[in-house]
Each structure stands twice: as structure tokens, then as C-alpha cells.
Design a binder for this molecule. Structure first.
Ligand SMILES: [Zn+2]
Length: 112
């Protein structure tokens, strides 16, 4: 995991899967307002560099949360699977919203 340290940044985002098989996208962002970090519940101030974590559910639909980069590295990255860097343009809001509108029907279904 050490190679992911310092990511995401302006040029690169991260993508992978949650333990449940949903897509996860981790994107560097600057706060436009106050947020609460989902890792430590501390505040993320206006203008702070932090990360937006966007989930795209297997069944369609998206959800996002805001994290301190350090908290994401410590808590989220170890829980995620196949996390890898991608060019930041691949994680643009438009692209992720489009992906969220379609159920990922071609992917393997969960067992049971
Ligand atoms: Zn935090």
C-alpha cells in the first residue's frame, strides 16, 4: 500500500472496490464548505485539501463522503480491494454520475 501514499493528487485519483464489490473512487478535492470527516468525525475546513470518496453501487446509484487524506489512507485504503491510481480525468463528476445510472449487470452477481 505504500505506493498509494500521497494519492490522490491533482493528476491522479484512485479506484478500486469495497469489500461488498461496489466501485470506489477516491478523488482529491478542495472544500467549498465545512464537512465532517467520515473517518475521525473531525471537521474539514473551507479551502482544505481533502479527498472525496465516491461509491458506485453494483445495483446503480452513487453515494459520496468527505475524508481527511490521512484518515482515508489509514482506514479506507486497507479495507478496499484492488486500489490503483488512474488519471484524474477518468474520475470526473460527469463520468462517475453516468456510471452510477446503469446497474453493472455484466459483473458477476453475489453468491447466495
Ligand atoms: Zn479525519
Amino acid at each position: 500500500m505504500r505506493s498509494l501514499s500521497g494519492l490522490p493528487n491533482r493528476r491522479q485519483s484512485l479506484t478500486g472496490f469495497t469489500a461488498d464489490g461496489d466501485e470506489i473512487w477516491i478523488i482529491r478535492s478542495i472544500s467549498q464548505k465545512l464537512y465532517k470527516c467520515q473517518g475521525c468525525y473531525g471537521s474539514i475546513g473551507v479551502g482544505d485539501e481533502h479527498v472525496v470518496v465516491q461509491y458506485i453501487a453494483r445495483a446503480g446509484g452513487t453515494e459520496h463522503s468527505h475524508w481527511h487524506q490521512r484518515c482515508a489512507e489509514q482506514i479506507l485504503y486497507p479495507q478496499s480491494r484492488s486500489l490503483r491510481p488512474v488519471a484524474a480525468k477518468e474520475s470526473s463528476r460527469d463520468r462517475l454520475e453516468k456510471r452510477g445510472k446503469r446497474p453493472s449487470g455484466r459483473r458477476r452477481r453475489p453468491r447466495g
